[in-house]
Design a protein. Structure first.
Length: 319
């Protein structure tokens, strides 16, 4: 976890520096991100304590990791995660200051081309008549959030395979920084739900109108979408996690989580595939993302994992 801590602190420093270069309200943005993470620190440390207890018990039974190493790694992972997530908030809200939104029309056309002339959200809403969309919205909201934040702590406390931990941490960093920042800057887009507000017209006017049913989870998503827009327009992105569609961090993290679970328990493959499919479906159904956003994220993380796994296997073979 030493390397992850160094990366997180560097990421935070670079994100803050870039914010001060490109935006007038950088100090507010940085302090806002730190306040958000500070408010979540009690829950984060409680979860860390829980994982440490589980790790100490499991490692004692299996005799795989010294108790001191478990505690120290967990502490480093928690501090690193807090700085890492704060850095991502700063980076994501700063990106429109670097490159304004421009790529939505391109991605909308790509989406229709890939789906034989029909916008994917239309297909998703047709399917929504037969699917438990509000329950799937709960998976999209909460099933994604926990591994997105807690995976480093999980690896620090409950995984004693150093090769797998290094491989997953590299995937984790790539899922956020490469996908969420570097690739996102190459195709700055806001997503279908915000398309008409940014570019004018009514190309996606029927998207929010055809959400059904609007249960508590979908209501939470709609409320979040409106809050993101208000933050973007009125608060100048001082607070919040910002708007950015391409590629999908939801799908990069979901794919990474599925890969990790599959590596540890191969029989879970059908379950993790359904999980990724649910996140992909809801990302399109809610209008947060174009379908291509998810396709690119899944392909990138899967390709990087295959490369890293082959590299690690080769290293073992020729050691």
């Amino acid at each position: 976890m030493n390397q992850f801590l160094k990366i997180s602190l560097s990421y935070f420093a670079i994100a803050s520096l870039v914010a001060f270069i490109f935006r007038d309200n950088a100090a507010q943005a940085v302090s806002g991100a730190m306040e958000l993470m500070g408010g979540a620190s009690a829950l984060l440390f409680f979860m860390t304590f829980t994982f440490v207890c589980l790790g100490l018990i499991g490692n004692a039974i299996l005799q795989t990791k010294a108790p001191r190493d478990t505690v120290v790694d967990a502490f480093k992972a928690t501090i690193a995660t807090a700085f890492f997530q704060a850095a991502f908030m700063i980076s994501k809200t700063t990106m429109p200051y670097i490159i304004p939104f421009y790529a939505d029309p391109f991605f909308a056309r790509i989406d229709e081309f890939l789906h034989l002339g029909t916008a994917p959200w239309v297909i998703a809403h047709d399917w929504g008549r037969f699917l438990p969309t509000d329950k799937l919205a709960g998976v999209y909201l909460y099933g994604w959030m926990w591994p997105a934040i807690l995976l480093p702590i999980t690896l620090a406390t409950l995984d004693s395979n150093p090769d797998r931990v290094r491989r997953m941490m590299l995937l984790y960093v790539s899922a956020w920084i490469v996908v969420g920042n570097i690739m996102a800057l190459s195709g700055m887009s806001a997503g279908p739900i915000f398309y008409d507000r940014l570019y004018g017209g009514d190309q996606f006017a029927l998207l929010p109108a055809s959400f059904a049913p609007i249960g508590p989870n979908m209501e939470a998503i709609r409320s979040t979408q409106e809050s993101l827009w208000i933050t973007y327009v009125d608060l100048d992105q001082v607070n919040g996690t910002g708007i950015s569609a391409f590629p999908s961090v939801h799908l990069s993290v979901a794919t990474l989580t599925a890969i990790y679970v599959y590596e540890r328990w191969r029989y879970t493959l059908p379950i993790v595939l359904v999980g990724v499919a649910a996140i992909l479906y809801m990302s399109v159904y809610t209008g947060y993302h174009y379908a291509v956003d998810g396709y690119v994220s899944i392909a990138f993380i899967l390709g990087l994992w295959l490369y890293l796994r082959r590299r690690d296997q080769s290293a073992v073979q020729y050691a």
